[in-house]
Design a protein around this ligand. Structure first.
Ligand code: FEO
Length: 183
């Protein structure tokens, strides 16, 4: 008896997303190594933690497909992009990767809606929310670097930016949790 509760298209889309999250993990790992090598240990630490989050996302897709009776397929993962030339390029690229991933998440939401697969639609809402957080985190990186002086930042402000990012939290407060007392 066929116990697979996913359509072939959704099973493939979810499996592809599992692989895409690993690609994101490798990309941030690679950027982390670049930052570490340049002496930015705090920024590297932030990127390594982010790489681990992306791996966790991949595991969630793997588990979901298995739970629904499907079988995800691990594919060859494309090489991460070349090293950035500057911190600005690095953070801009982190943001672009997140936006690209959001587009991919939305495509699966669209497909689940089209197929009335409410279980998958519901599962995907966690990722819709997660992408808001991740895009905000990436925007914050860009903003912090701009405040520090961008690519012309002094050694002192880069030192302090690096220190801040070492212990920066991996999540952000969501707009829906804001109140007048605690905006
Ligand atoms: Fe798994 Fe940054 O999205």
């Amino acid at each position: 008896m066929d116990t697979n509760r996913l359509s072939p298209e959704l099973e493939k889309a979810l499996s592809d997303q599992m692989n895409k999250e690993i690609h994101a993990s490798h990309t941030f790992l690679s950027y982390g190594i670049w930052a570490d090598d340049k002496g930015y240990g705090g920024i590297a630490n932030f990127l390594y933690r982010h790489a681990q989050e992306e791996r966790n996302h991949s595991i969630k897709f793997m588990e979901y497909v298995l739970n629904r009776g499907g079988k995800p397929k691990v594919d060859a993962i494309p090489a991460p992009p070349n090293d950035p030339n500057s911190l600005t390029e690095c953070f801009d690229s982190v943001f672009r990767h997140e936006v690209d991933n959001t587009t991919s998440i939305y495509r699966i939401v669209d497909l689940s809606l089209e197929q009335k697969d409410w279980a998958t639609w519901n599962f995907m809402q966690w990722f819709v929310k997660e992408q808001i957080e991740e895009e905000t985190l990436a925007q914050n990186l860009i903003d912090k670097l701009k405040i520090a002086g961008g690519d012309r930042a002094s050694g002192e402000s880069l030192f302090s930016l690096d220190k801040t990012l070492e212990s920066a939290p991996d999540d952000v407060k969501m707009a829906q949790d804001a109140t007048g007392d605690n905006p």
